[in-house]
Design a protein around this ligand. Structure first.
Ligand code: PLP
Length: 429
C-alpha cells in the first residue's frame, strides 16, 4: 500500500500540532505506523490522500450511523448555511431538537445542548453536585467520559492505550473527589458508598461500555445501581455519548430497561458536527443557569448548523422503523462470519456485540469487566489492524474501541470484511 502522501503530511503535521493530530487516538500510537490522512468519505467508505480506499468501521468514531456524507444530512446543512451559521441568540430549531430528544428518550424531560461529549458529562456531574450539595462521585474503571480533569482517572479509550492511569495535570484535589468502582461489581459500589456516607453526588456509568472494548453491564448490576442511587439520594448518570441512538432509538437505557436521572449524549446527536447534550429530570435540569444557580454556558451551544445536521439525523431515526432491525441483521451477519473464521482457525477469541457496535478481543476468556479486557493481547491487535488495513478495511487503531456498522454498509462490504478478517488472522497467528 502506497502511503507517501500520508507520510509527508504526518511529518509536516508534527511540526505544528502536538503529535501531529488533534485527538491522540488518531496517531496510531498503540498499533504503530503512520496515520493515514483522509481526503473524502462517501457511504461506507473513505479515501486517503494516496487514493487508497477503505471500508470504514470507525464512522468518525461513532457519529456516522448513516455512513459518510448521507444526502439528507448534506441537504439539511446546505439549507441551514444559506441562512447564516451562528447568531448567539435563540433559534427555533433548538426547541425542535430538544423536543425530539425528549420524545426519543423518555427519561429526558429537559435538555441542554453543548459542543462535545466531554462538555456534556462535565456539566452533568456539575449539576448533580449542585443539586445534591455533595462533592464526590463514582466512576467505573475502564469507562471513558471525555477528558475533563476529574474523569481522567483509570479512564478508557485513548487514556487506556496510552497507559497513563491518571494524566499529569490532573490535581490531587480533583482526583480525590473521583471514586473508582469496578464495572459489573455492585459490592465495589456499596463499599464506596458506605465509606463516603452522604458525600456522593453522582454515579456515572457507560451502561454499555464502549471504551474498553464493548462490554454490557449486567441486568442485575444495573438494577441494583438504580436502587442504591434511589436509597442514597445519588444522581444516576448514564453516559450515552456513544450508545445514544446507536444501540436503539432510546439508547442503552431502552435496551437495558433502567432509567437514569441524567443522560449525556454526543456523536450521533450531531450528525457528524461537534455536538453534545445532557438532559434528564426537570427538577435537576432546572438547577442550571439561567433557570437555577448552576452555571453552564457555551458561545456556540445550540449552533444552528450543528442543530440542523443533528435534527436531520434524529428525525430519520424517529421515522425509519426499519433502521435498527436492518442494522442488527448486518451486525449479526458480520459477527457470524467472523465467528466462523475463528472456528476455522481454532481460536475462541471473545467477541462482544450489542446492535451495531462490537469488539473482538485477543483473549479467549469472556470479557465482562476492565481487568478481563486488559488481558487482550494488544500487540497482536496491532498486527491484525495493519493486516486489515492492507486489505482495505479500516478499524479503530487501538484494541479498546468499538467497531461500528452503519446503514451504508452493504453485504458486499461485509463479505469483503469477513474474508479480510480470515486472511489477516491466518497471517498473524
Ligand atoms: C466519545 C465519548 C465521550 C467524549 O466525547 P467527546 O465528544 O470526544 O468529548 C464521552 N463519553 C463516552 C461514553 C464517549 O464514548
Amino acid at each position: 500500500m502506497n502511503i507517501i502522501n500520508s507520510e509527508r503530511l504526518f511529518l509536516e503535521a508534527q511540526k505544528f500540532i502536538p503529535g501531529g493530530v488533534n485527538s491522540p487516538v488518531r496517531a496510531f500510537k498503540s498499533v504503530g505506523g503512520t496515520p493515514l490522512f483522509i481526503k473524502k468519505g462517501e457511504g461506507s467508505k473513505f479515501y486517503d490522500v494516496d487514493q487508497n480506499e477503505f471500508i470504514d468501521y470507525i464512522g468518525s468514531w461513532g457519529p456516522h450511523l448513516f455512513g459518510h456524507n448521507p444526502e439528507f444530512i448534506k441537504t439539511a446543512l446546505l439549507e441551514s448555511i444559506e441562512k447564516g451559521v451562528s447568531f448567539g441568540a435563540p433559534t427555533e430549531i433548538e426547541i425542535k431538537m430538544a423536543e425530539l430528544i425528549t420524545e426519543l428518550v423518555p427519561s429526558v424531560e429537559m435538555v441542554r445542548m453543548v459542543n462535545s461529549g466531554t462538555e456534556a458529562t462535565m456539566s452533568a456531574v456539575r449539576v448533580a453536585r449542585g443539586y445534591t450539595g455533595r462533592e464526590k462521585f463514582i466512576k467505573f474503571e475502564g469507562c471513558y467520559h471525555g477528558h475533563a480533569d476529574h474523569f481522567l482517572i483509570k479512564a478508557g479509550s485513548g487514556a487506556l492505550t496510552l497507559g497513563v492511569p491518571t494524566s499529569p495535570g490532573v490535581t490531587k484535589g480533583n482526583a480525590a473527589d473521583t471514586l473508582l468502582a469496578k464495572f459489573n461489581d455492585i459490592e465495589s459500589v456499596k463499599e464506596l458508598i458506605d465509606a463516603n456516607k452522604d458525600e456522593i453526588a453522582a454515579i456515572i456509568i457507560e451502561p454499555i461500555a464502549g471504551n474498553m472494548g464493548v462490554i454490557k453491564s449486567e441486568d442485575k448490576f444495573l438494577k441494583e445501581l438504580r436502587t442504591l442511587c434511589d436509597k442514597e439520594g445519588i444522581v444516576l448518570i448514564f453516559d450515552e455519548v456513544m450508545t445514544g441512538f446507536r444501540v436503539a432509538r432510546g439508547g442503552a437505557q431502552e435496551v437495558l430497561g433502567v432509567k437514569p436521572d441524567l443522560s449525556t449524549f454526543g456523536k450521533i446527536i450531531g450528525g457528524g458536527l461537534p455536538v453534545g447534550a445532557f438532559g434528564g429530570k426537570k427538577e435537576i435540569m432546572n438547577q442550571i443557569a439561567p433557570a437555577g444557580p448552576v452555571y453552564q454556558a457555551g458561545t456556540l451551544s445550540g449552533n444552528p448548523l450543528a442543530m440542523s445536521a443533528g435534527y436531520a439525523a434524529l428525525t430519520k431515526i424517529k421515522e425509519d422503523s426499519d433502521l435498527y432491525p436492518s442494522l442488527e441483521v448486518k451486525a449479526v451477519y458480520l459477527e457470524k462470519g467472523m465467528k466462523e473464521n475463528l472456528a476455522k482457525l481454532g481460536k475462541n477469541y471473545a467477541m462482544n456485540r450489542i446492535g451495531s457496535m462490537s469488539c473482538m478481543f485477543f483473549t479467549e476468556n469472556a470479557v465482562d469487566n476492565f481487568d478481563k479486557a486488559t488481558q487482550s493481547d494488544t500487540e497482536l491487535y496491532g498486527k491484525y489492524f495493519h493486516e486489515m488495513l492492507k486489505r482495505g478495511v479500516y478499524l479503530a487503531p487501538a484494541q479498546y474501541e468499538a467497531m461500528f456498522i452503519s446503514t451504508a454498509h452493504t453485504i458486499e462490504d461485509l463479505d469483503k470484511t469477513i474474508s479480510a478478517h480470515y486472511e489477516s488472522l491466518k497471517v498473524i497467528l
